[in-house]
Design a protein around this ligand. Structure first.
Ligand SMILES: Nc1ncnc2c1ncn2[C@@H]1O[C@H](COP(=O)(O)OP(=O)(O)OP(=O)(O)O)[C@@H](O)[C@H]1O
Ligand SMILES: [Mg+2]
Length: 305
C-alpha cells in the first residue's frame, strides 16, 4: 500500500471527516496506483528565520542535479516564496493556482538551473500562510501523482513552528534542521525539534550548521544542541555537515543565480558538494521517520484539522 493509499484508508476510517471531501480524494485516485519507492523527500527547515534554508536548498538541488539526480525543488514557504527570486525566475503559476483549482501541480513545474525542476509558491497571499485541511490533503494527493519522475524532492520550508511548517515536515520522510551559531537560532532549532518529536513523533533529525568559520565552530554548535536534545528530550540527533560563512552566497543572491553555478570553486560550493555527497552515500532505507500509517494518522489528527 503506498502513502496516498494509506492516507485514503485512514481518511475513510474517520467518520467525522467530511464525505464530499473524501469523494474528491477518491476521484483523484491515480488509475495505476504505481509510484516510485526510490524518491527521497527531504525537508530543509529551521526554527529561526534567515539561517540560510532557501540558499542551501536551491544550491543543494543544483549540486545533486549535477550528480545526475532528478530533482524536484518545492518552495514550501507558502506565504513568502523566495526560491524563484534567488534563482532569477518569474513563474507564471504557483501553488496558489493549484489550490484554487486553476492549474494541476504538474502544470506549474518550471525548469531551473542545472536541470532541476521547481514547484514555485506564492508570495504575499495571506491565505497561503495557513493552508486548510482540504488544501493539505489535496496537495498530498497531487504530490503522489508526480513523484515517480524524481530521485529527490527537496522542500524549502518557512521558518518557525506554524501549522504549514509542521505539515511540510510531516510530509517529508527526512528532515534536515538548519541552524546558525547564534544562540537564538539554536534555541529555536531545539524548540522545533522538540515539537516535531513530542507532538508529531518524528524521530530522526539531521543538523546542518550554517554560516560558521570552520569545522571547530560547527562542532561546538552541534554539541550544544545535541547536549540539550540528549538531556531534555532523551533524543539523539545527527550531524550532517556545515556550510562556511561565505560572502559569495550574498553576491550570488544579488545576481539572482545559484552560487554553485556562479562560483563553483567557492568555499560555500565546496561545502554544499560535500553535503550532497553525504546525502547520496546514505542508505535511504534507514529512515525512522518513514512509518507510513503513523504519518497518515498524525497528518489527519494534527495537521489537517
Ligand atoms: N553560509 C552563508 N554565508 C554567508 N551568507 C549566507 C550564508 N547562508 C545564507 N546567507 C545569507 O543569509 C541570508 C538569509 O538566507 P536565506 O534566505 O537562504 O535564509 P532562510 O533560512 O531561507 O530565511 P527565511 O527563514 O526568511 O526563509 C541571505 O542574505 C543569504 O545570502
Ligand atoms: Mg527561506
Amino acid at each position: 500500500m503506498d502513502q496516498a493509499e494509506s492516507l485514503r484508508e485512514l481518511v475513510r476510517k474517520r467518520a467525522s471527516v467530511n464525505s464530499s471531501y473524501l469523494q474528491e480524494i477518491e476521484r483523484k485516485k491515480p488509475i495505476s496506483g504505481k509510484r516510485s519507492e526510490q524518491i527521497r523527500t527531504i525537508a530543509i527547515t529551521s526554527g529561526k528565520g534567515g539561517v540560510g534554508k532557501t540558499n542551501i536548498t536551491a544550491n543543494l538541488a543544483c549540486t545533486l542535479a549535477k550528480m545526475n539526480k532528478k530533482i524536484l525543488l518545492l518552495d514550501a514557504d507558502a506565504g513568502l516564496a523566495n526560491i524563484d527570486v534567488i534563482l532569477g525566475l518569474t513563474p507564471k503559476y504557483n501553488l496558489h493556482h493549484v489550490l484554487n483549482g486553476e492549474r494541476k501541480l504538474s502544470e506549474i513545474i518550471i525548469p531551473g538551473p542545472s536541470g532541476i525542476k521547481i514547484l514555485p509558491s506564492a508570495s504575499g497571499i495571506q491565505e497561503m500562510t495557513d493552508l486548510s485541511k482540504g488544501q493539505k490533503l489535496t496537495l498530498l494527493d497531487d504530490f503522489d501523482s508526480i513523484q515517480d519522475k524524481f530521485d529527490f524532492m527537496l522542500i524549502d520550508t518557512a521558518a518557525g513552528i506554524t501549522s504549514n511548517v509542521m505539515y511540510f515536515n510531516m510530509a517529508a520522510k527526512e528532515i534536515i534542521v538548519v541552524t546558525s551559531p547564534e544562540p537564538t537560532s539554536l534555541t529555536d532549532a531545539y524548540a522545533l525539534i522538540k515539537i516535531l518529536y513530542q507532538q508529531y513523533a518524528k524521530k530522526r533529525f539531521r543538523i546542518l550548521i550554517n554560516m560558521v568559520s570552520g569545522a571547530a565552530e560547527a562542532n561546538k554548535v552541534y554539541l550544544r544542541l545535541s547536549h540539550a536534545t540528549d538531556h531534555f528530550l532523551n533524543l539523539n540527533i545527527e550531524f550532517i555537515g556545515y556550510i562556511l560563512h561565505d560572502k559569495k552566497i550574498q553576491d550570488a543572491v544579488k545576481m539572482q543565480q545559484a552560487f554553485v553555478e556562479l562560483y563553483p570553486k567557492s568555499q560555500a560550493s565546496f561545502c554544499v558538494k560535500r553535503l550532497a555527497e553525504k546525502i547520496c552515500s546514505e542508505n535511504p532505507e534507514y529512515d525512522e521517520n518513514g512509518n507510513i500509517s503513523f504519518f497518515g494518522d498524525r497528518i489527519l489528527a494534527n495537521e489537517c484539522q
